[in-house]
Ligand binder design. Structure first.
Ligand SMILES: Nc1ncnc2c1ncn2[C@@H]1O[C@H](COP(=O)(O)OP(=O)(O)OP(=O)(O)O)[C@@H](O)[C@H]1O
Ligand SMILES: CC(=O)N[C@H]1[C@@H]2OC[C@@H](O2)[C@@H](O)[C@@H]1O[C@H](C)C(=O)O
Length: 406
């Protein structure tokens, strides 16, 4: 069987840049195999990053600006796709996640969403209006990426799952299941990006697929990155290796207070984003810290502890049993202090990275969107209803074929 060469493109909630992965894929599920030929992160131009972070933080934006940013993002994504395949035979498919700028889990009605005036029709609608559907907006339109690269592009992966009642996130669990499950061992795959998310994989026997669990654990690096920027007056964007936090001490009463927040108690399926764990949340944390006269290093240690404890507590609360092993991925897997805290809190659970199980910890999400695009082309479902809360499996992604003239 000839492998299919696919490019996966992803920019996550850290908004640090575009992760691009050029992969070769064979098989479809238990026989799925993926080889990473090249992986690279292309930082966003500073002005574009600032604009995206402002929108994510709720800054008002005109429709004209939205259109311009949508295309600016598509352009840098297309450039990333062109660059990653230099020196290789061209890919035949791109899976582009785009940039999330807004995410609303299901369960809110339109009237709860800061829309002034009643915008719903006053007459009786012939349809039962799905008041509580989620909404998730990823910018960087696939049609433009396809046009610029000359490669069929799949984008907008989250909307089909949302339309059948799901959160549209996390979408990586089905990929985790086929790439990282183990025949005898229960594992957790923990991504620590801007937001953290876990996939629990029981040993691969009997009804294992139906026993997978997954959810967003809460903040990954989002609060930590914002705090580092604040304390360094913008000179640093993250706590490299966690060494700044490691020089302080966590304030446990504050960690306890923050952990009592509703999101952490909510049972899965659940998803979140910078709308909750963003600038406003950090300001509240900084205000709470004042009462304890914490140094910047102590604040960073306390926020890192929140990330670690929210992850571990959610396992105790929502998993049928603790896993044998935890495989970390995402940028936070390089934070040695966070890893150390997780090891201490998890006691007998082995903490490794997905690299040690053969899947790049840095590029796993980009690889996942290459696989989701490949499944889309084969007409195979990409979501895992137990992870997203959808009422059925669905094929994910909108196809933007190449139009002929480039
Ligand atoms: N050497 C390092 N030490 C500590 N933290 C690091 C290091 N390298 C990267 N990070 C952290 O990882 C973050 C980027 O992670 P990643 O690219 O996985 O996030 P993302 O994909 O944007 O987020 P998400 O998974 O939520 O969509 C950086 O913002 C930084 O906080
Ligand atoms: C709406 C959105 O972009 N969600 C991201 C975010 O970043 C991490 C976590 O929250 C996860 O649920 C999701 O991304 C990964 C790739 C996913 O869908 O599995």
């Amino acid at each position: 069987m000839h492998p299919t060469r696919v490019i996966g493109l992803m920019s996550g909630t850290s908004v640090d840049g575009i992760d691009a992965a050029l992969v070769e894929i064979v098989g479809t599920d238990l026989d799925l195999k993926v080889e990473l030929l090249a992986g690279k992160t292309y930082p966003y131009p500073a002005a574009l990053r600032e604009k995206i972070l402002a929108i994510c933080g709720g800054a008002p934006i005109s429709m004209a600006e939205l259109a311009a940013i949508d295309d600016a993002i598509a352009l840098v994504f297309a450039q990333a796709a062109q660059n990653i395949q230099v020196g290789y035979p061209p890919a035949t498919l791109i899976g582009s996640h785009g940039q999330t700028v807004y995410h609303r889990p299901p369960g809110f009605s339109i009237s709860e969403n800061s829309v002034s005036g009643n915008i719903l029709p006053s007459h009786q609608s012939p349809f039962p209006y799905p008041q509580s559907l989620g909404y998730s907006l990823q910018l960087g339109r696939g049609a433009l990426i396809s046009r610029l690269t000359g490669i069929t592009t799949i984008s907008n992966f989250r909307v089909a799952d949302i339309a059948v009642g799901g959160h549209g996130a996390p979408l990586v669990p089905r990929v985790d299941a086929y790439l990282l499950s183990h025949p005898q061992e229960a594992r957790c795959i923990q991504n620590v990006g801007g937001i953290g998310n876990v996939t629990y994989l029981p040993p691969r026997r009997d009804d294992w697929l139906n026993q997978i669990l997954a959810w967003d654990t809460g903040p990954g690096n989002s609060l930590l990155d914002l705090a580092v920027q604040y304390f360094s007056n913008g000179a640093k964007s993250y706590d490299e290796n966690g060494s700044w936090a490691a020089s302080g001490s966590p304030c446990y009463p504050l960690v306890e207070k923050w952990l009592s927040q509703d999101y952490f108690r909510l049972p899965p399926p659940k998803s979140t984003g910078r709308e909750l764990f963003g600038v406003t949340y950090l300001h509240q944390c900084l205000q709470d810290c004042q009462a304890y006269q914490l140094s910047p290093a102590d604040v960073l240690a306390t926020i890192t502890e929140l990330t670690a404890a929210s992850i571990v507590n959610s396992y105790h609360a929502f998993l049928p049993r603790m896993p044998k092993c935890l495989l970390l991925c995402g940028g936070g897997s390089q934070n040695l202090y966070l890893k150390h805290r997780l090891e201490l809190l998890l006691k007998s659970v082995k903490v490794l990275t997905t690299d040690e199980a053969g899947v790049s910890a840095e590029f796993k999400e980009a690889i996942a969107f290459a696989i989701l695009a490949y499944w889309r082309q084969l007409g195979l479902p990409g979501n895992l209803p137990v992870a997203t809360g959808a009422d059925q499996e669905v094929v994910l992604g909108e196809v933007h074929p190449v139009t002929g003239d480039k």
